[in-house]
Design a protein around this ligand. Structure first.
Ligand code: SAM
Length: 191
């Protein structure tokens, strides 16, 4: 099988400020619509570039930023200031080393198409979310006209597949948005 995983050697690309034009943090928060979260989890946080941009709009929250790649976790540790509200962690596949009902919000940005067993990660996210907690998936839209950048069309996951996996994992109030031009946003609530 062709490897869909992001190559950590290209990690500097993740820090391009132009990304925030297409992934506008303000619009992302409006879509999440969760007032004053205290605990946020970012899965597949990469260099924590998006983590930090989104985190600025949740000033009271602590953010646990997980990645499966030791190089990425090391990069986050060197990028973040000593007293940051963001804590980087290494994770193993589909396992978040946190207690049940820990987080108010979980997001994963540009990770979903890389997952080999997304149903297992969704189940794990359901476990760590508090009741009424929200999970946001933002990933590359599976549309020909959205392929100027990002992974090939064949690697992308369509809206119906993501939505049905979320239903299977028992998420409720599932909403989608195409407001992000090249990306699809899918939001679910853990009741
Ligand atoms: C394309 S990068 C996106 C990084 C970040 N979310 C952003 O948008 O800047 C995907 C990240 O997910 C990580 N990753 C891949 N598979 C993972 C998994 N199963 N669990 C956690 N992280 C994973 C990769 O190491 C990489 O850092």
């Amino acid at each position: 099988m062709e490897d869909k995983k992001f190559n950590p050697e290209h990690r500097n690309k993740l820090n391009n400020p132009q990304r925030l034009e297409k992934l506008d943090p303000q619009k992302i928060w409006e879509f999440i619509n969760f007032k004053r979260p205290e605990k946020i989890i970012d899965i597949g946080a990469g260099t924590a570039f998006i983590t930090a941009a989104l985190g600025e709009l949740a000033p009271k929250a602590h953010i646990d930023a997980f990645d499966i790649e030791p190089v990425m976790v090391a990069e986050m540790r060197s990028n973040l200031p000593e007293y940051s509200r963001i804590t980087p962690h290494l994770m193993t596949d589909n396992q978040l080393p946190v207690n049940d009902e820990y987080a108010d919000v979980v997001w994963m940005i540009n990770l979903f198409h890389e997952l080999r067993k997304p149903h297992l990660l969704l189940k794990e996210i359901k476990r760590v979310l508090k009741p009424n907690g929200k999970m946001l998936i933002i990933d590359w839209a599976k549309r020909e006209d959205a392929c100027e950048s990002g992974p090939p069309l064949a690697h992308r996951v369509d809206e119906a597949t993501i939505t049905s996996l979320m239903v299977d994992a028992d998420f409720s109030n599932i909403k989608t948005t195409e407001e992000f031009t090249d990306h699809l946003g899918v939001l679910g609530t853990r009741l």
